[in-house]
Design a binder for this molecule. Structure first.
Ligand SMILES: [Zn+2]
Ligand SMILES: [Zn+2]
Length: 758
């Protein structure tokens, strides 16, 4: 018998397994799904066993060196999930399987932390007899044994009780020599919970009463437990409608049936309240998995889940692979968030993997959001997902009022500042009343677009309807989807104004402007730059909540589920930076952000006001966000997607060519583009044309990426639109096969269904 082992090496041949012999000493422990260490090209690499063969395909077969004995082999269901991922995301099998082990195993640094446990090695009667007999002769030894008898016969070395510190270590050693005590190594768990989060070991807190909406939602989810293959459930609840309570009730029901649950949250560091809430409710049954834990903490939490000590795993994207057995429920909170998409290979989407994992386990997957992704809502409408709506807020709080300010009129009235008169007035009022303000700006500007400040016209690609990106050194505008190029106009093509400018103010600039305009206000900024260090984010949040600042200026980070009861005004400085992202999802992102940001206003007793500044007040995303009308937004968005052939009507595959030499990158992108076009034409037409008429594969580009230089690497991209997915995949496979291999220093990345194309 020889093992088939896949190894994660960046070579095309690594798609198929290599054959290795199994030394006698490992014969019992090498199984399908085992992580092993193998010799490979003079190195020792971690590989994964995917099967066995009787005869190896090489004459001189090498042998497996070690088995990662501290973790169990992957169960069959997880191996099936890895196979599914390999096909879905065009990644290598070893990359997919590796995701399912903790990083400590992948890096061969798996470490179990142990401590010595001292325990009685004799029966209690014998121990008591020893105490009586030794009382006079060896009082310290007698004291140790008596203490152990009183405390249930064992104690950790270094226990806080100080038993072993009080008595003489020599006494313990003597007792071990005599065989009355024994010392053994036991594993201790590192806990990711800080003392503040430490919870009682048992679940607590009396249940609150539910709104009728919540009650219906819980019933619908628990009803799905009894179905053989339940569909995913889209839980569409307006902000502050109490989705978390629905998740918790559903989890309680799953636990009551002896099953376990996985809860995915977008970025756990940004949602400490949610993690804390689960811990409070379910105690030590919760394991927490996210990237800010130390490797040791992560590993221990993973093991607690694997052993069944923790039956609920709460975590970010990668927690979808948590090793829980008897899975009964998967929850994806804020399912529309793009942090669920992994931006390095394998480029999987955790929402999709969650649905697939639930399908394999035969359990429901609940996708929760106030602003569902267009794809998920489309699937719900098509009947692929069940749909539950939560339409009322808890405690019947009203939705915040939203005002849209037309920035074109501000200019017409001679106001050139970044604050409209309405927003400036509202900020002053809040400061006078000692209430708090959040000023929101979409991400730090990394691509610039061109906009007319007089009429609001933004320069977009005539073919792709994405914003054109301004390239300063050439003075041109380019579509980074199809490579359409035009000169930067001197005057607005729509109204003739010369106030046509490239755009993109960062949070730092806004912070400076705020300080200048409101010198009496205490201002704090929250974005990637100010939250690099561990806990920086929590510190800003807690200080702001505690009233140490009046105004919080931030990126989308501030839009996440925080509850700030004293915030009564949220200002969106420019909706345009989001509307004009060079991405087909710009409209969807704008609607989501406006809605999430608005959810931050007026969560306490005082009513909230949201002011949105924009040069495009009539844009449907802005209008429907103001009206809290998701369905209205969706219907316009889905029509545009269908007209322009974007997902969910086609699949996108993004190929990014990158390298340090700009000429070589451009040349290779051109030759890859040509191969892909030939491959797309060579495909058989699909048997059933798509309803949208989108059958077949279109190749766009190559064109420079919107972020065309990242960390010294120049980037060009090629975008494929295809339907069905298999035909797009096939075109990519054939294109990559027929194109000459990339020259040294040039890398090609493949991203199936990219979450953003930037
Ligand atoms: Zn104009
Ligand atoms: Zn274009």
């Amino acid at each position: 018998m020889f093992a088939e082992v896949v190894v994660d090496v960046p070579a095309a041949k690594a798609a198929k397994p290599f054959h290795y012999g199994i030394p006698d000493r490992l014969r019992g422990s090498v199984r399908v799904g085992s992580a092993v260490v193998v010799p490979f090209g003079g190195r020792r690499l971690v590989g994964y066993v995917v099967g066995f063969v009787d005869t190896p395909d090489v004459a001189k077969v090498k042998h497996i060196l070690e088995v990662a004995s501290e973790v169990s082999p992957l169960p069959q269901g997880m191996m099936a999930l890895a196979t599914w991922m390999t096909a879905r995301y065009l990644c290598r099998p070893a990359e997919a399987i590796a995701q399912m082990f903790p990083a400590a195993v992948r890096q061969r640094k798996a470490s179990v932390k142990t401590q010595a446990l001292i325990e009685l090695a004799v029966s209690s009667e014998e121990a008591r007899a020893f105490v009586t007999e030794a009382e006079k002769r060896a009082p310290r030894q007698a004291e140790v044994v008596r203490a152990l008898l009183e405390r249930g016969s064992s104690v950790m070395e270094g226990d806080a009780s100080g038993l072993l510190r009080r008595t003489c270590p020599d006494a313990v050693r003597a007792l071990i020599r005599k065989g009355i005590l024994a010392s053994k190594k036991v594993e201790v768990m590192r806990s990711p919970f800080t003392d503040a989060q430490a919870a009682p070991p048992q679940a607590g807190r009396p249940p609150l009463h539910l709104t009728p909406d919540q009650d219906r939602a819980v019933s619908a989810i628990t009803a799905a437990f009894d179905q053989r293959s339940p569909r995913p459930i889209l839980l569409h609840g307006v902000t502050a409608s109490g989705k978390t309570e629905v998740y918790m009730r559903a989890i309680e029901a799953a636990l009551a049936r002896g099953r376990s649950a996985i809860v995915l949250v977008p970025e756990i560091a940004l949602t400490p309240q949610l993690a804390g809430g689960f811990r409070e409710r379910f105690g030590r049954a919760v394991a927490l998995l996210h990237s800010r834990l130390s490797a040791g903490e992560r590993y221990d939490e993973w093991r607690r889940a694997e052993r069944g000590d923790a039956r609920i795993v709460v975590g970010a994207r990668s927690a979808v692979f948590a090793p829980v057995g008897n899975l009964g429920l998967v929850v994806v909170d804020e399912e529309h968030e793009n942090s669920y998409k992994q931006e390095e290979s394998p480029r999987y989407h955790a929402r999709e993997v969650a649905c697939e994992r639930a399908r394999v386990a035969g359990c429901p997957c609940v996708l929760g959001s106030a602003t569902p992704s267009v794809e998920s809502f489309y699937r719900a409408r098509a009947g692929e997902y069940d749909y539950i709506a939560l339409t009322t807020r808890v405690e019947m709080r009203p939705m915040p009022a939203m005002d849209i300010v037309d920035m074109r009129e501000e200019l017409a009235h001679g106001n050139r500042s970044i604050f409209s008169r309405a927003l400036a007035r509202a900020i002053r009022e809040r400061l006078a009343r000692r209430e708090q303000v959040i000023l929101f700006l979409n991400r730090r500007g990394h691509s610039t677009f061109v906009l007319c400040r007089e009429c609001g016209h933004a320069m977009r690609c005539p073919e792709c309807d994405v914003a054109l990106t301004y390239h300063a050194e050439e003075g041109t505008l380019r579509c980074h989807y199809c490579n359409h190029e035009e000169a930067l106009p001197d005057t607005c093509p729509k109204c003739g104004s010369s106030y046509i400018k490239y755009f993109g103010a960062g949070t730092e600039k806004i912070e400076r402007e705020v300080m200048r305009a409101f010198p009496q206000a205490r201002v704090v900024r929250m974005d990637l730059d100010t939250t690099r260090t561990k806990r920086a984010h929590e510190t800003i949040v807690s200080k702001f909540r505690g009233g140490e600042h009046d105004i919080l200026v931030g990126t989308q980070m501030v839009a996440k589920g925080h509850d700030f009861p004293r915030v009564t005004l949220v200002g969106v400085v420019s909706a345009d930076t989001c509307l004009n992202l060079p991405d087909f999802k710009a409209g969807e992102r704008t609607f989501q952000l406006m809605t999430q940001v608005a959810g931050r206003a007026g969560r306490g007793d005082r009513p909230g006001l949201v002011i949105i500044q924009t040069y495009a007040p009539d844009h449907y995303a802005v209008q429907h966000a103001r009206d809290h009308d998701y369905v209205g937004f969706y219907e316009e968005e889905i029509r545009a997607r269908q007209d322009l052939l974007y997902p969910p009507f086609v699949h996108l595959v993004l190929l990014v060519v990158s390298g340090e030499d700009p000429g070589a990158v451009e040349r290779y992108a051109a030759s890859l583009g040509a191969s892909l076009r030939v491959a797309a034409r060579s495909l058989d037409p699909p048997p059933h044309p798509a309803p949208s008429g989108a059958a077949g594969v279109r190749v766009l580009g190559p064109s420079p990426c919107a972020m065309k230089r990242v960390r010294r690497l120049y980037r060009w991209q090629i975008l494929l639109k295809g339907h069905p997915l298999e035909s797009a995949d096939e075109a990519v496979r054939r294109g990559l096969d027929t194109c000459p291999a990339p020259p040294r220093g040039i890398v090609v990345q493949v991203d199936v269904d990219p979450e953003s194309v930037l």
